[in-house]
Design a protein around this ligand. Structure first.
Ligand SMILES: C[S@@+](CC[C@H](N)C(=O)[O-])C[C@H]1O[C@@H](n2cnc3c(N)ncnc32)[C@H](O)[C@@H]1O
Length: 290
């Protein structure tokens, strides 16, 4: 059966509140939630929650969440076709440049230019085609940090398609532990590492946060990159401090501009200092050091 998208149209302030409230309410269900600009000039946004089954119950809970934050708006449904829509949507996507990196699909191999560090990402079920501001921000930050610090082992936590792990491997030729909570993402990550000729560097594993023995075995890391979301990243601050080597760099993304100060504060509390912020749309990417 296809997936159902439950969506609500609202203004910018309403979409922020709804996104956060849904994130909190559905955290344990692990349902994807997204915010999309319907009309950027007029601040009209659409918040979507994707459900595979139990849609009536999820819609009821979604309405209760909206009631809880005093948001009155219609919840609409769209049954998504049972086709590989990710593949379909990627067919039309343009390659993305971020620093020296070029992230592209197989159909755009001919558009690589000399000097590009090309990363080919096949259409798949995992997040990370380079088009999102958080991925592009991380790619840019990775280029700067790797050039300056020459890390010798790295961790990409929340690897998705492995786009960042592949970038690290291609640029620095170093072992990268690439972990994700989602076993499908981990499988896609390993496939993409193979496709890009870096499987000897990229070790894709399934793990929730830092809950696996492999982290202890591979630590301390010279560089950690984590593009997840602000709240889980704040919770992980003590573990990041534990597994990152002294004087080493951490790149964080998946953070909205308005969450930036809170995330920095959580990390300063663990002995980190803020080095640089990159803004991409409403998203920020942080470079921190310990
Ligand atoms: C925004 S995507 C980033 C993907 C890719 N790294 C990129 O930059 O495009 C976040 C990824 O983090 C994973 N994730 C979310 N929470 C996690 C957790 N607690 N531990 C490990 N992975 C997590 C998700 O499954 C998803 O693949």
């Amino acid at each position: 059966m296809g997936q159902t998208r439950l969506h609500v149209t609202t203004d910018a302030a309403g979409s922020d509140r709804l996104f956060m409230a849904l994130e909190a309410a559905f955290e344990d269900d692990g349902l994807p939630i997204s915010v999309f600009d319907l009309d950027e000039a007029n601040g009209v946004k659409e918040v979507s929650l994707y459900a595979d089954d139990g849609v009536d119950d999820i819609e009821r809970r979604m309405r209760a969440v909206m009631q809880g934050i005093g948001l009155t708006a219609a919840v609409e449904r769209e049954v998504l076709p049972d086709i590989d829509w990710v593949a379909k949507s990627l067919e039309g996507l343009q390659p993305v440049h971020a620093g020296r990196f070029l992230v592209h699909g197989s159909h755009d191999r001919h558009r690589r230019r000399p000097g590009d560090l090309a990363i080919e990402i096949e259409a798949g079920l995992a997040f990370g085609t380079g088009h999102h501001g958080t991925t592009a921000g991380c790619l840019e930050m990775i280029e700067t940090v790797v050039r300056r610090e020459k890390p010798r082992n790295a961790l990409d936590l929340g690897t998705g398609s492995a786009v960042l792990a592949i970038a690290l491997a291609r640029l620095a030729h170093i072992p990268v532990l690439a972990t994700d909570i989602d076993p499908i993402a981990t499988r896609v990550a390993a496939d993409n590492a193979r496709l890009n000729g870096v499987s000897r560097y990229v070790d894709a594993r399934t793990a929730v946060g830092f809950q696996a023995a492999i982290f202890g075995q591979r630590a301390p890391f010279d560089l950690i990159v984590a593009n997840i979301l602000a709240r889980p990243l704040m919770k992980m601050a003590p573990d990041m401090a534990r597994f990152l080597g002294g004087g080493r760099s951490l790149i964080l993304s998946g953070i909205l501009e308005r969450q930036r100060d809170a995330v920095i504060a959580a990390y300063v509390g663990q002995g980190f200092r803020h080095i640089r912020t990159l803004w991409r749309g409403e998203w920020v990417t942080l470079h921190l050091k310990r």
